[in-house]
Design a binder for this molecule. Structure first.
Ligand SMILES: [Zn+2]
Length: 317
């Protein structure tokens, strides 16, 4: 769908998790794609959208990753293989695209150990590696981005890199200042999208600062990767005008409520398992937020991971 004469939204249905992922094509002198979606999206939604615009996969010059997660960088290797496109990703996330094993060890292993015990680690790791698909070789990353870098796409389109850590350490927004348009991936996620799950936040203090930074920037158009909800905003990936601020405030409020409730649960009950803590947190958050207990979630590990990280960070608030 056309968002702007130079910007096309490509919605991809990811069957594996029954969720929509959005990537965005920007056509300047160069063709840039903001994220490549889950593995194989280049054979489906991306391919057909490019065809409708009289383009092909090998016309893509730049792959701009908002962060390393598989549903956003999953097609990087395949698209680069066809087009020779340059891959750009923030330096704090570059490690993960090229080392899936390392990313599992850092982010998922401690949560799985806390949930199920260490005897499940090898099995979970094998499943994770299978899920992630091909790693990107280190020398395939052409540029490791830093805050404030400028990316020139030609035809007067310049995107500024805004480092927005929190969801991942190297999450970024790509800000087209002239048009007031920012592509934020999962950097800011309202109440979240996936049915009943908490938002994925790996670093709460950083997330809060990132949302504040977006409030200061005050973009006119905010383009997310998933269909996120706000407290009173329906699920949708794109926010315009007044809704941008509302969505950012709702994201801020949601993170704050999670921190408060996690702190409360941790302080009122003694030794307990991560599953128990997570379910108590869900039960204490207002029902209207729509979060569900672990047993009803398709990927309970993501919700438990947010609670796990929050517990570890309680002293830094
Ligand atoms: Zn993500």
């Amino acid at each position: 769908m056309e968002i702007h004469p130079k910007v096309t939204q490509i919605s991809i249905w990811w069957d594996k998790v029954q969720d929509e992922v959005n990537v965005y094509l920007i056509r300047g002198q160069k063709n840039a794609i903001i994220d490549t979606g889950p593995p194989d999206a280049h054979k489906g939604g991306i391919y057909t959208t490019l065809r409708a615009l009289d383009l092909a996969l090998d016309d893509i010059d730049l792959i701009l990753n908002t962060h390393w997660h598989i549903d956003h960088a999953g097609g990087d290797a395949a698209i680069k293989a066809v087009s020779g496109a340059k891959i750009l990703i923030h330096r704090d996330d570059a490690f993960f695209v090229k080392d899936h094993r390392g990313s599992f060890d850092k982010w998922d292993a401690p949560v799985i150990e806390a949930l199920k015990g260490s005897e499940y680690l090898e099995q979970a790791k094998a499943a994770f590696m299978d899920w992630q698909g091909a790693e990107i070789n280190v020398d395939q990353i052409d540029q490791q981005l830093e805050d404030n870098d400028l990316i020139d796409i030609g035809d007067g389109i310049e995107l500024r890199v805004i480092h927005l850590p929190g969801h991942t350490a190297g999450s970024v927004g790509f800000y087209w200042e002239k048009e007031g348009m920012i592509f934020t991936g999962d950097s800011v996620s309202g109440l979240y999208g996936s049915e009943g799950s908490l938002p994925i936040i790996d670093d709460f203090p950083a997330y809060r600062k990132s949302v504040e930074r977006l409030l200061e920037i005050s973009p006119r158009l905010l383009l997310c990767a998933h269909q996120y909800r706000g407290l009173n905003l329906p699920r949708f990936p794109i926010r315009r005008g007044e809704e941008v601020r509302q969505f950012l405030l709702d994201s801020q409020e949601t993170a704050k409520m999670i921190v408060e409730v996690v702190g409360h649960v941790a302080s009122t009950s003694g030794q307990q398992s991560l599953s128990d803590i997570t379910d108590k947190v869900i039960a204490e958050l207002p029902e209207s937020m729509g979060y569900r207990p672990m047993s009803q979630l398709p990927s309970p590990i993501h919700t438990a991971r947010t609670v796990f990280q929050c517990l570890n960070q309680l002293n830094s608030f």
